[in-house]
Structure formats: C-alpha cells, structure tokens
Design a binder for this molecule. Structure first.
Ligand code: TRP
Length: 345
C-alpha cells in the first residue's frame, strides 16, 4: 500500500506539530469516508502529535434517536481503531466527555459574527434539507468546531473539502480573539491531503458517495461483508463504451479506477495497462474483490472490539483524560483573558 506520509519528520529534536480532527458518529463509515478521511488520519497520525474525536455534540444538530446515537458513538470509536487509529498512542475521545468543548464553544460564539455563520454553505445546505428543524445549533455549529480545534493549540486540521470553510472560520475566530487578548490561540491550518481519494456514488458516479443515499447500492460500507461488497460493485454504473481508461465523462470507470488505485497503491496508468482489453464485468469483479479483501480485516477487528467493550472503553476513557488535560489549561486561560471571575475553591 502507498502509505508514505508526505513530509517525513523523523528528527527527534523537531517538535511534532499538533494535528486534530473529528468525525460525527453517523453510523457506519462508507468507503468514501474511509478513503477520503480516515485512511489519511492513519497515515498521518505518527507524523504529528495527533488527537482524534468523535463529534457527538455536532450530531445533535439534527434530530437523533438517543439509543442509536449512543450506539453509533461507541461504534465510531471502534471503527476508527479498526481502521488503524492507534488509540493507545494518540488520544481518541468522545467530544461530550470533555466538557471544555461546550464551554469554549459558548465563548467563541460571542466572537463569531452572525454574517459569517450565515455565509456557511453547509448551513445553507442543511437548512434546506432540514427545513422543519433549522435550530440554533445548526447555525452555531462552526463555533463548536472552532472550539474543538482551538482547545488543543492545533496547527493542522485534516478535513475534506466540505469542511474547509469551517476551518477557515476557526482561523478567523482565533485571529480575532488574539487581536483583542494577545496570543491565546494557535492559528490552525486546514490540510486537505491531495492524495485522499474522492469516492463517488456507485449508482450515480457524478455524485459523492453518501450513506444518506436512498439507493443502498450507491455506497459501500467498510463493515459490509464480501457478498454485499461484490453485489454492489457488480451493479456499479459504468458507461456504454468498453474501454477501461480514466477520461473525462467516464465517471463510473474513473471512480472504479480511483478506488482500485487507493487500495492497491498502483497508479491509474498501471491499472489501465493491467486491464486493457478486459471487459467491464471482469474489472468490476476485480475491484470488488480487492475492496472486500482489504475491508475484511477492518471488519474482523471491529467485531472483536465490539465484543471487548472493556478495551474500547479504556481507550476512550484515557483519551478523554489526556484531552482534558490540554483543554483545561487552554480554557482557563481564555476564561481569565475575557474577564470571568475565577470560581472560589
Ligand atoms: N464537522 C466535521 C464533519 O462533519 C466534524 C468535526 C467536528 C471536525 N469538529 C471538528 C473536523 C474539528 C475537524 C476538526 O466532518
């Protein structure tokens, strides 16, 4: 597998940069989440001083079933570990377990402008999709995300393209706050790894692969079993030609080549040569096999973790403790700076 970090940072004297990222507990991870985000976290984790979180507070901005949310939150932590996040080395915690996130979020919302929040494209999109529940949390979502990032003196935030605007806003908030109170926050940078594959829907390959798609064949879940993976790839939409090449307009084939390349580490050109003259049916089966075989160990590890809750709980407990330790210090500095009266103990 092609898993070389871009900047090798092996020198012991160089202090590693702090990296923070989070993901919402939205049930199962898709192949899109995996190749677009989580795999990058895994590749980058040791190159940085990394912290990872499951953003359960963000999930509350849309209506949740409580039992389901609890299950998905623990399940997401297990998925991340199963995907190779080393939770013993890097803190992995549940956002609501570190109260400082909610606390700093309030302060930062007082330094975030109504106009800025109104311009967020995700807010506009989600307002359209949830027209009956455009709540204040959906609106102030970026202030909470800024708190997540700024609590850890974060320097680098690996995110997908859709979150870039939120990281930009976190920067603006940090700069604004610092200009009033001095250097309190580190000003973070978003980092959109260029080698992160953008996986498209298998049914409509011009659209992003998404779990909220009504058509279950449009997305592959990392916990899908082999039969399911094979069935979904067998049905993948291609085109009316018969040429396995990466070319504009061949969205279905381009997507399959991209997925295959991400899993095998082979370049698109190598794959084109390998499959030259082969039929689409064979190609789809080959991609399906590769994906299913690569996902199998992740699924096994996930099942193991879900059976051994004690280990999982130990990871998130330690993660929250380590995260709290940093978050507490940053938050108390902020409280002091803005003029809140210290609590008498
Ligand atoms: N909003 C992000 C998403 O939906 C998840 C997230 C929450 C996040 N807090 C974060 C990502 C802080 C990076 C940094 O994908």
């Amino acid at each position: 597998m092609n898993e070389q970090p871009i900047n090798q940072n092996n020198s012991a004297e160089v202090k590693q940069k702090r990296m923070f990222s989070a993901i919402q507990p939205s049930g199962n991870l898709t192949l899109g989440n995996y190749l677009g985000a989580i795999k990058n976290w895994r590749i980058l984790q040791d190159e940085y001083d990394s912290i990872f979180s499951v953003a359960d507070l963000h999930a509350l901005t849309v209506r949740q079933n409580p039992a389901e949310l609890r299950k998905n939150t623990l399940g997401m932590a297990a998925s991340l570990i199963a995907c190779g996040i080393d939770a013993k080395k890097h803190p992995l915690f549940i956002q609501s377990h570190v109260a400082e996130h909610a606390e700093l979020s309030w302060i930062l919302s007082c330094f975030t402008m109504f106009g800025e929040l109104s311009r967020m494209t995700q807010f506009k999109d989600k307002s359209k999709k949830n027209a009956d529940n455009i709540n204040a949390g959906l609106f102030t979502y970026p202030s909470l995300m800024a708190a997540d990032i700024l609590l850890y003196n974060t320097e680098v935030v690996p995110v997908g393209e859709d979150q870039r605007q939120h990281v930009e806003l976190a920067r603006d908030i940090a700069i604004r706050f610092n200009s009033i109170y001095g250097d309190v926050f580190n000003v973070p940078e978003s980092f959109i790894p260029t080698y992160g594959a953008r996986v498209k829907s298998l049914a409509e390959p011009t659209k992003k692969m998404s779990k909220s798609d009504d058509n279950q064949n449009a997305y592959v879940l990392i916990l899908d079993d082999k039969d399911t993976v094979m069935r979904k790839f067998k049905r993948a939409v291609t085109d009316s030609e018969a040429e396995i090449v990466f070319r504009e307009g061949k969205d279905g084939i381009n997507n399959l080549l991209t997925i295959m390349s991400a899993f095998t580490g082979k370049s698109i050109a190598e794959l084109e040569a390998e499959f030259a003259g082969k039929g689409y049916g064979d190609f789809k089966m080959a991609v399906g096999e590769t994906v299913a075989d690569s996902l199998a160990p992740i699924r096994e590890r996930y099942d193991e973790l879900m059976k051994d809750k004690a280990y999982l709980e130990e990871c998130i407990k330690e993660g929250a403790e380590r995260a709290s330790y940093i978050a507490c210090r940053v938050l108390s500095k902020v409280y002091k700076k803005v003029g809140l009266l210290p609590r008498i103990r």
